[in-house]
Design a protein around this ligand. Structure first.
Ligand SMILES: [Zn+2]
Length: 186
């Protein structure tokens, strides 16, 4: 099992080596297939520009969009890898937990999970802006103090993000991933 896992990763690396110079020097951008919605949310929470495929979107369409937008298509679907457009664009992840996917991507792309964390909307990927006083009014009273310290607003969908319990849970996960990354690179 372990051997198969390593072999898969090696194949992935060889695919990466053929990639045209997309976004060199810029943070990687991602496109998650529809099975990877949870991963997409966490990549967004870490600040990585991540698009999520619509349910039922055709493989060809997704691959073309990923190539045009300079995104890595992350997929669990082996069939996508057989498509000729997948070369240098798609990365096949092993079936596994969110932690295992994040660990692989973190090592492979040398991701930093904290540097740009909580700068994007988890739902639509838009960059967040500082919330105004009008937005604070929509925050529950128990979190008003926290909100006024660091609330952000999504200009696309109107959501307001503040440092409540959901934020703390997500942040703990990002911190854990970053600590493991740091331990491995020491
Ligand atoms: Zn939004």
């Amino acid at each position: 099992m372990r051997h198969a896992h390593i072999e898969e990763m090696t194949q992935t690396h060889s695919a990466v080596a053929r990639v045209p110079a997309l976004n060199i020097g810029s943070p990687p951008r991602f496109y998650c297939d529809e099975m990877l919605g949870h991963l997409a949310r966490f990549l967004r929470s870490a600040g990585y520009d991540t698009r999520l495929a619509c349910d039922g979107a055709a493989d060809r369409k997704i691959l073309r969009e990923a190539a045009e937008e300079g995104r890595w298509l992350l997929t669990l679907d082996r069939c996508i890898m057989e498509h000729k457009l997948s070369r240098g664009v798609a990365i096949l992840l092993q079936q596994g937990t969110l932690d295992s996917h994040v660990e692989f991507l973190g090592n492979h792309f040398e991701l930093d999970f904290l540097e740009q964390s909580f700068t994007r909307c988890l739902i639509d990927n838009a960059l967040l802006v500082q919330a105004s006083a009008a937005h604070y009014a929509r925050v529950p009273e128990s979190s008003q103090k926290l909100a006024q310290e660091a609330a952000k607003h999504c200009p696309e969908c109107g959501r307001v993000y503040w440092r409540g319990s959901h934020f703390q849970r997500m942040r703990r996960r990002l911190v854990g991933w970053q600590e493991r990354r740091s331990a491995e690179t020491c």
